[in-house]
Design a protein around this ligand. Sequence first.
Ligand code: MN
Length: 735
Amino acid sequence: MDKLLLPESLTIPSVEEILARMDPRPSDKGVLLIRKAYETAKEAHKDQRRKSGEPYFIHPARVAWHLAGMINDPATIAAGLLHDVVEDCFLTNPAIKAQFGEEVAELVEGVTKISAINFTSETENQVGNLRKMILAMARDVRVLLIKLCDRLHNMQTLEHLPPPRQRAVAQSTLDIYAPLANRLGMTRMRTLLEDLSMRYINPAEFHRLERKLAVRAERDQRIVEETRRLLSEHLERMGIPAAVHGRRKHIYSIHMKMKRQGLRFEEVRDILAIRLITDTIAECYEILGIVHSLWKPITGFFKDYIATPKENGYRSIHTTVIGVENEVTEIQIRTHEMHQIAEEGIAAHWKYKEVGGSTNGSWGSEEKRLAWLRQLVEWLQDVHDPSEFMRDLKRDVFEASVFCYTPKGDIIEMPRGSTALDLAFRIHSQLGYTCSGARINNRMASIRSELQTGDVVEIITSKNAHPTPDWLQIARTGRARNKIRHWLKESQHDLFLDRGRRMVLELARQRIGGAFEEARIDEILQPHLGSFNVVGLEDLFVEVGCGTIKVNSVVARLEQVLRPVEPRRPPKAQRRPGKKKDVVLVEGMAGAVVRMARCCQPLPGEPIVGFVTQGRGISIHREDCAAFEHIRARLGGAEHRVVHVEWGDASRALQKAAIRLVCQDRKGLLSDISTAVTQLNVSIVGSNSSSNIRDNRAIIKLVVMIEDAEQLNRILTRLATVPGVLSLSRVVHDR
Ligand code: MN
């Protein structure tokens, strides 16, 4: 049975069942309101059926049931019960107001408005739709809570719709509702929505991962039991009350982690997490001590979100240890209240509010949390290009923006990952140039400090402060980095000139070798200055020196001209020229240096033709290669350089090998990697790469044709020296 399709989503909960989920139970007045709403909705929907044939009332009653588990507010539960009556039944809004009061009527109206928004329609409407939705939410977040429970139940009963409609609903859930739930700290809701959506959007992968998890379930269970046993023993001895639970990552997050980091399922480490829930913050830290005395913590994974909560209000201690059976295990420690807030987010705040107080419009304590909503509303006023806006919204607003405040209270939006230094440059260039530190939330902080939503940031300047080259690493935004580079170039012109020239010479010597004529550099580069977008050679070196122009690309130009025709060290030159060992036989030239052309990447057996290049041996193209036709035409036939070639015996021994590289992404990375490989006379027959913007990682997969393991080792050794390559491995089973 599918865990997500809880059996109860198909039955009508009684009003008692709904009330029983509320903790503490509401006042008599509240109970009365809910009972009345229950009866009214039941009567209003009595002749309606769902697509599945079941009575329609299942839906609003289930929505109210979900709400009751999240929020302790009778008006919200009543509105949940009544959320579809205006649209579908005879009840009008004034009638609801007369029977249930203004608060309930406004909530129902808000939900009705949002429900009229069709997120699966044209992009053009999306912006307007989103604006309506955000406006309704900004006024009262309870509207969104009801809407989310409505969506949750619809997702749980989605199988009764036709498949194209299922996918459309699932996609909008994933694009709009799950990120909103996340923003409001509602982890449980978000994970449910994500897994339910993935089930319809990518069913094959969903079920594949489900099966993979089932395989390891038994071991996971054993590890949880043993961890729980050990912890309970120690906790008891210390007299600390705590509940210990085992938990596994939800399927969608495993899927995304694999996708973002290019991992296979077996490589995902923290599928299992142990959660300890206790009473007080002091006990949380005591438990942390116990955990670290039992198992070795892995450095770099400890996070104290109790001292520094996440922007959506999440608080907890996280640590990752080498746990039972040497399993890398994440351990989360939190209080009951933190747990409630972590699971239910904004909804949980109702539980911790004073009982009996007025609920109407009392989101005062949530001011800060909702500041982003208001900011969003303001920002929405300036939208011109809807498709661009939607893209930005999904990526930048829901995932990748932080909103900070100046001491005066102005809101500044920055890309996620921005530092205090970025903010300084954002406010004013001069503030950036003289920035020496920051005061964040009234605490002194370095210019490296990463900004979080809600931070109040004051930039501190000093007469003596000025940009230094390491600022280029500290600043993350393009704007700040450009300004810093500009300043450095102006003020440290000679330093960069010197450094740039040295870099070019060093790499050129290394690549081209002894025959390299230093004196000709100027002459060779002169005609290329335009293509580097600089006016003089000096400028070129300065740009190289400060990193705007890659030294590789400059040396590549030199190489084309300066590389001697005879390769410096012909690979395997010591080998006796003999037909048996050649991969490609070149007519009239035994043991010639050949390389497979990148444009058509010929494979053994395919008809081929050779082309004598200047200084790079003979490049082998497929006979039908269009790029090669192009070269020939451009060189006016160049028939004297075309040679007859055929596959030699050794080609049969060639085999494909796949290499996987994890890299720190940077400009020119892929080209440096392929240059490194082709320099070893190895042809690349396939490559793909994916990058993760958030941590700037790139996963690159290369498929190469190799002769033997020794050659593969040489490739791996060479690749390891390419700047940015963090780790590499041979992929044995190439899917
Ligand atoms: Mn509904």
